[in-house]
Every structure is written in structure tokens, then in C-alpha cells.
Ligand binder design. Structure first.
Ligand code: PLP
Length: 381
């Protein structure tokens, strides 16, 4: 089956008791057993819930994965992956990461004796310099947040396999519509379902997909043991949202391209980050591993102070100033004070997260209105 058909149908069976076409919200914490231990696969809802199981089947299909597990947030999913490790283990990851990933690595798991190397992954060969006997995991985000670096997933996978390391890819920015890391050799895919998959800014959720039975069993054990499980209502909302993922992504990509082209030669823009430009440093890799380039764009305002950047970011009428991304509505974000506030100044500036950087999550509105809004906001001084 092709992507759009799977988005609508995978995991969604008509309800056997009524024929309801939409998967019911099984709002229950437990399941009745006829005699002890005779449950029908469902014993307690932290472990399993039928609405969640339907969603997991659906999301697995979108990544062509054998298994999927849903979590109460993207961070809950990330937390579970790192809990596969032991004290003394080492992780190699990128130097441009979602702020919350950087925070959980450095402020939570570093305290448990796990060591993280934050390196430039735009050349995957850099990984080799950091591999030693303790290395267990490579954690890749691509495109990166917020500077849209592109990491070569297949090259990372080759290095991971050669050294018997696990490769996990945070595929949030691309969504399964644009990129399928398992097909490129990754062992685990992580999604903040909150973003494109949910798509309507009304749910916080995370997911992990894998083809590896052992990883699945271990991660399911961690999910059930640690309890970052999502509720059935949220699972329902995501199943509903996913039904239009392919349509939304098409428009995100179309609008993203139009806006990137509009901004590229705008006199107020000093720098623009969007992997669809031929002069993007890893455009060729983006073209190879992604089907299109998405609706995430970052811009640096020419010579703007922090105050001026604030004034611009508050003068939009259609874009809303907010954290998060991937919803139907266009958002603007100031990484330094919002999504990336937890990263020390020297570290973020080294990768280009400067005071006058703004990140756009281009929504699915009419692009003419979005461009008009950008035009007027960029006149603000
Ligand atoms: C939002 C986000 C996360 C964290 O997901 P939550 O659902 O907010 O917990 C992780 N990685 C990326 C790239 C994100 O954008």
C-alpha cells in the first residue's frame, strides 16, 4: 500500500461490536479477567490500550516498521532509548540538537554515568574519531533544529553496523512522509508525534519504531516499567490527525518552498537555512534521503539586535509566536529565548543559534497570506 492509503487505513479496523469506522477511545485503566491470568492480551492500561495499539499499528506502517511504541511525549520516547544504556556507556550525537534532547542528555543522564559527545555530524566520518570500547549509541537528528543541518543517515548506519552500535534517528522534522530512517539502516526511529504526525497542535506524544525484536521487547519493558504511556484520548486524536498527514505535508512543502524563495533575496535576511536550496552544504544528501524539503525554515535578521528581533517576532498577524512546530497553523519561534534556552550561549552560538535567529514552522494556510504577513513583519525596526 502507498503512503496516503496507509495513513488513513493502517491499524484502523471497524469496531467489531458496532461497526464504528473510527477506533473507539477505550477509556479504561483495567480489563476484566474470567479467571486469574486469562486476559486477552490486555491486563492493565499502562502496558497496553486498544486505542493506543491501533495507533501504534498505524505509525509502524508509516515508517514501514515491524514495531511501534507510543509514549506520553517525544521526551518520554527519548528517555526510554537512553534507558537501554548502562553507567559507563557513551553516546555520540550532533552539536545541533533539539534543546530538550540536549537537556535530558546533559542534565539528567550525565548524572547516571552516561557520557555524551556532541559533535559535528554533517560529515558522518567525524563519528569514527569518537568511537571507543564504551560507545553504544549514535543519536542523530536530521534535519536539525533549528539550523537545518542534514546528516547522512546511510553513512551513519554503515559506521554503526561496522562498530556494532545502535543508531537512533530523531525523524520529527522530516516526518515519515519525507524520510524513513529504518530503510536507510537506522535501528530505531524516534518521533515527537506532537509535531507533524499529530499535526493540529492539540496533543503531546512521542513514538519509537524499530524492526528489531529485541530492541522492541526491551523498549516495551521500559515503557511499561517507567510509565511514560499516552492516554487513549490522545491516541485517538493522533489517529485522526494522521489521516491527513500526506495532504498536510504536501502543502507544508509547497508553502515552505515558496516562502524560502521569497526570503532568500529579501534585504532584511542575512542568512536562511532550508535544505532545499542547492547551495545548502548538504543539499545532495537531503535530496538523496528525503522526498521533499519540508516547511521548516530558519532566518537570521540582518544586523538586528535582540530587541529588534523581539519586535519583528511580535509583529506577525498570521504567524503566531509560539514554541513547537508541525501544526496546520504557521508559527514563529525565537530559539535563543524559547526552544533552545537550555543550551549555553557559547555552545549555541558555535552552531549558529544567535540572538537574531528566528525559526519558522510554515503551516498549511494560503501561502499568499503568509508571504504578505512576512513582508509587513520584516518592515518592523
Ligand atoms: C519537540 C521535539 C522533541 C520533543 O518532543 P515532545 O513531544 O515535545 O516531548 C524532540 N525532538 C525534536 C526534533 C522536537 O522538535
Amino acid at each position: 500500500m502507498k503512503f496516503g492509503t496507509k495513513a488513513i487505513h493502517a491499524g484502523a479496523e471497524p469496531d467489531p461490536s458496532t461497526g464504528a469506522i473510527m477506533t473507539p477511545i477505550y477509556q479504561t485503566s483495567t480489563y476484566v479477567q474470567e479467571s486469574p491470568g486469562t486476559h486477552k492480551g490486555y491486563a492493565y492500561a499502562r502496558g497496553k490500550n486498544p486505542t493506543r495499539v491501533a495507533l501504534e499499528k498505524n505509525l509502524a506502517a508509516l515508517e514501514d516498521a515491524k514495531h511501534c511504541l507510543c509514549f506520553s511525549s517525544g521526551m518520554g520516547a527519548t528517555d526510554a532509548v537512553i534507558k537501554l544504556l548502562r553507567p559507563g556507556d557513551e553516546v555520540i550525537t550532533g552539536d545541533d540538537l533539539y534543546g530538550g534532547s540536549y537537556r535530558i542528555f546533559t542534565k539528567v543522564f550525565a548524572n547516571y554515568g552516561i557520557k555524551f559527545h556532541f559533535i559535528n555530524l554533517t560529515d558522518a566520518n567525524n563519528i569514527k574519531k569518537f568511537i571507543n570500547g564504551n560507545t553504544k549509541l549514535i543519536w542523530v537528528e536530521t534535519p536539525t533544529n533549528p539550523t537545518m543541518q542534514i546528516v547522512d543517515i546511510a553513512a551513519c548506519s554503515a559506521i554503526a553496523k561496522e562498530n556494532k552500535l545502535t543508531l537512533c534517528v530523531d525523524n520529527t522534522f522530516a516526518s515519515p512522509y519525507l524520510q524513513n530512517p529504518l530503510a536507510l539502516g537506522a535501528d530505531i526511529v524516534m518521533h515527537s508525534v506532537t509535531k507533524y504526525l499529530g499535526g493540529h497542535s492539540d496533543v503531546v506524544m512521542g513514538a519509537l519504531m524499530t524492526n528489531d525484536d529485541k530492541l522492541y521487547t526491551d523498549l516495551a519493558f521500559i515503557l511499561n516499567s517507567c510509565g511514560a504511556n499516552p492516554g487513549p484520548m490522545d491516541s485517538f486524536l493522533v489517529m485522526r490527525g494522521v489521516k491527513t498527514l500526506h495532504l498536510r505535508m504536501e502543502r507544508h512543502c509547497y508553502n515552505g518552498r515558496k516562502i524560502a524563495e521569497f526570503l532568500k533575496n529579501h534585504p532584511r535576511i542575512e542568512k536562511i537555512y532550508w535544505p532545499g536550496f542547492e547551495d545548502h552544504p548538504n543539499h545532495a544528501i537531503a535530496k538523496k534521503q528525503m522526498r521533499d524539503f519540508g516547511g521548516m525554515i530558519s532566518i537570521v535578521l540582518r544586523g538586528a539586535s535582540l530587541e529588534e528581533t523581539f519586535r519583528v517576532s511580535s509583529s506577525f498577524h498570521v504567524f503566531s509566536l509560539a514554541e513547537s512546530l508541525g501544526g496546520v497553523e504557521s508559527l514563529i519561534n525565537h530559539p535563543v529565548t524559547m526552544t533552545h534556552a537550555s543550551i549555553p550561549k557559547e555552545e549555541r552560538e558555535r552552531v549558529g543559534v544567535v540572538d537574531n535567529l528566528l525559526r519558522l514552522s510554515v503551516g498549511v494556510e494560503d501561502v499568499e497570506d503568509l508571504i504578505e504577513d512576512l513582508k509587513q513583519a520584516l518592515e518592523t525596526r
